[in-house]
Design a protein around this ligand. Structure first.
Ligand code: GLC
Ligand code: CA
Length: 575
């Protein structure tokens, strides 16, 4: 077995904060940095050791801050650079670390670099973005290729002034930077990375990290007959110069001992993933693979029906992410939620009132028993769920959701049936569900904004705060929060086995139970999770059935020896 080096970020648990929706300190309906600072003690009390702040940079907010107009400034409603300096200091003062989102595949079209680039074909920054002439087909102007953007439509936007197209893999307001240009790369490192490393941040979550090198820009194969634009993720991800670019970035990061976790979509090949995260390759410390969160999604994410997956598929996705550390010097991550995903209880457990708490605890137990760095998204520790099905389409604010709904309307000439299906999918999978205000209490606005606030929160607060809020859960021993705290302590107490151990799925075909083992130099544990809403006999696979076992933890108080309750999870230590 390869023995990998113990770095601080391996044993860490990261808590992800979405600034707009965490806590509003001044009553304008938008979360802010002072709100985060005011709850650092709460965050620390969960038992996490690092916080990750989603983009708080200055931005026109077309894609909630993933469209950055100035890396060296803060979006004014969130606060100032001085507030960030205070947040960094206050986080460190509590013995925690802080990482930021590094969004450098693209900028906002309002960034000064793009404003210059678009101003003329001879501008010195013209080549900082990706410009191409039109193609003419039967005299009709067409974009340079047929690539489909991540938020629908073509990835190319025509620019009248200079009569060329520019590339944008996301919104038209998010032009892609040209990483082929060395001067551009140096400017990125200085402005987006060093500016904040010098201010003491401990690392970055690196947005869409595998898209910097685009490779050949030819047409993508036709996979959607009815559309002019075709899925091209395998073309614009993992291009030929990725290794070189990440190596360069790493030289800077290393000087600060900064950690990195890269977002790595469209990369099903585990060997490619390992190359990104193997210690000796000096690229990234770890990545977010999409295997687990993509479960049940359609070819175009929302082209599916709710819960369109089986438990064996879910388990096999987790197995793929766990397996990359077997006999390698690579490192992995564990996560079920983030700001781009609907809530895990709704997707993988059950948000029916009687099952919300049990399934939230079971998922917490599962996550805490898996190897790798663990990431928790704000509200997950409370068992927050998707917003109600009854909510109208006007409550969906995200470009991804609203563009999809518009696209379906346009493609089907407003077919009622098609729009109903689109909404059903969004009710289940939209990014909006993770972006509502955190439920702090039962007060006005669920305690997200001060009580005397006039402005409504930018997204509607959940109607179920009475049953799920941070204040109540902090004094309730039977709460999802209390169970997360207990599980994170259990994870620390059994760090070798639970964080670093070798994982094996002991019963991959079982459609009801998830049974996996963890081993570490003679120590062994087995986790059993009942993913159904009824009690199940505890039938352990032969490999472990005859070992002497001791119950380490169950998600249910007073659990029954031979029987698992609905959505119960357990960990046994084996002799
Ligand atoms: C990443 C972010 C997502 C954003 C996209 C474009 O996937 O997580 O929120 O929309 O990049 O920057
Ligand atoms: Ca505010």
């Amino acid at each position: 077995m390869t023995v990998t080096e113990r770095k601080w970020w391996k044993d860490g648990v990261v808590y992800q904060i979405y600034p707009a929706s965490f806590k509003d300190s001044n009553g304008d309906g938008i979360g802010d940095l002072n709100g985060i600072i005011s709850e650092l003690d709460y965050i620390r009390s969960i038992g996490v050791d690092t916080i990750w702040i989603c983009p708080m940079y200055d931005s026109p907010q077309v894609d909630m801050g993933y469209d950055i107009s100035d890396y060296e400034n803060v979006y004014p409603p969130y606060g100032t650079v001085q507030d960030m300096e205070r947040l960094i200091a206050e986080t460190h003062a509590r013995g925690m670390r802080i990482i930021l989102d590094l969004v450098v595949n693209h900028t906002s079209d309002q960034h000064a670099w793009f404003q210059e680039s678009r101003s003329s074909k001879t501008n010195p920054k013209r080549d900082w973005y990706i410009w191409r002439p039109a193609r003419y087909v039967n005299g009709v102007r067409k974009p340079p290729n047929n690539w489909l953007g991540n938020f629908g439509g073509s990835v190319w936007q025509w620019d009248e002034l200079t009569q060329e197209y520019y590339l944008h893999l996301f919104c038209p307001e998010q032009p892609d930077l040209n990483w082929e240009n060395e001067e551009t790369r140096k400017a990125i490192y200085k402005s987006a990375m060093e500016f904040w490393l010098e201010r003491g941040v401990d690392g970055f979550r690196v947005d869409t990290v595998n898209m910097y090198s685009k490779g050949e820009m030819g047409d993508a194969p036709i996979t959607d007959e009815g559309s002019e634009w075709q899925f091209a993720g395998f073309q614009y991800c993992n291009g030929p110069r990725m290794t070189e670019f990440l190596g360069e970035m790493n030289e800077i990061l290393e000087k600060y001992d900064a950690m990195t976790v890269g977002e790595c979509p469209h990369t099903p090949d585990p060997a490619r993933v390992v190359k990104y995260v193997s210690a000796k390759e000096k690229q990234l410390n770890m990545v977010f693979q999409f295997d687990v969160v993509d479960i049940g999604q359609g070819p175009y994410k929302f082209q599916t029906t709710p819960r369109d997956y089986t438990l064996p598929q879910f388990k096999s996705a987790i197995s793929r992410t766990q397996s990359i550390i077997h006999d390698t010097d690579a490192w992995t991550t564990v996560f079920l939620e983030n700001h781009d995903q609907a809530r895990s209880i709704t997707r993988f457990g059950s948000d029916a009132p009687e099952h919300r708490i049990p399934s939230g605890k079971m998922l917490a137990l599962m996550c805490c028993a898996l190897s790798g760095t663990l990431f928790i998204y704000q509200g997950q520790e409370l068992g927050m769920t998707n917003f109600p099905m009854e909510w109208d389409m006007s409550e969906y604010k995200d470009v991804d959701s609203t563009n999809y709904y518009k696209m379906v309307a346009a493609r089907t000439n407003n077919s009622e049936e098609a729009l109903k299906a689109a909404k059903a999918s969004l009710q289940h999978l939209a990014r909006d569900h993770a972006r509502v205000p955190l439920s702090w209490s039962t007060g006005p606005y669920n305690g997200f904004s001060p009580a005397d606030t006039k402005a409504q929160p930018w997204m509607r607060p959940l109607p179920d705060a009475e049953h799920c809020n941070a204040k109540q859960q902090q004094s309730d021993k039977a709460s999802v929060l209390a169970f997360w705290k207990r599980m994170l302590q259990t994870r620390r107490d059994h760090n070798d086995l639970l964080v670093h151990g070798n994982y094996a799925d002991l019963d991959p075909e079982n459609k009801d139970l998830y049974i996996f083992s963890k081993t570490w130099r003679g120590q062994k544990a087995v986790a059993v999770c009942n993913f159904t809403d009824s009690a199940k006999a505890l039938a352990l696979p032969e490999a472990v059935a005859n070992s002497k076992r001791e119950l380490l933890v169950s998600s249910v108080d007073g659990c029954e020896e031979g029987k698992l309750a609905a959505y119960e999870g357990r960990i046994y230590l084996l002799a």
